[in-house]
Design a protein around this ligand. Sequence first.
Ligand code: GRF
Length: 205
Amino acid sequence: MLTEKVRIAVLVSGGGTNLQALLDEERAGNLPDGEIVLVLSNRPDAYALERARKAGVEAVCVDRAQYPDPAAREGEMRRVLREKGVELVVLAGYLSILSEAFTAEYAGRMINIHPSLIPSFCGKGFYGLKVHEAALSYGVKVTGATVHYVNEIPDGGQIILQKAVGVREGDTPERLQKRVMRQAEWKILPRACEIVCKKLRGEEK
Ligand code: GRF
């Protein structure tokens, strides 16, 4: 007998194109073992919140302005996640480092998408366009994206999926970022999410 689908929260800070990819794949039936039940932002102006509402998913903001103390902020996040019965946390462009206690609580149940082939161009300070600027200035010919479990080391957890993307002559960080998103991130994040949901669901049985 099949147990309930894994309840997923997606944590965001910005535009939410990765969130959109997850919502689209869920709607297309490609996330059969999971269900996105919550979108949690640390910024009230994140367009991702709008995407969640449009898809009929509960959207909550736990704001730095409202909770300036990081421990209090994480406490509120925990409360919201528990209230919603969340079993898997997906970081999709969530631009805030989570505490060791928080990552430990969700060990094996929290994943992140990073826009490079880890272990290149990752860790503290490598986020957004900075990742692609670094890849271009190093001169790599291939970059890509990685989905990995989250642990206490930024971008340091076990790798779940990676996809390579070619660098082209004349690429700017912006162009490379778009290609990495289109060719890699939006593809591997939903797939990795399903892999982890299937695994967690299997463990429940
Ligand atoms: C993506 O490049 C993701 O890999 C990184 O932050 C960006 C978020 O973009 N962690 P979006 O909000 O999903 O459009």
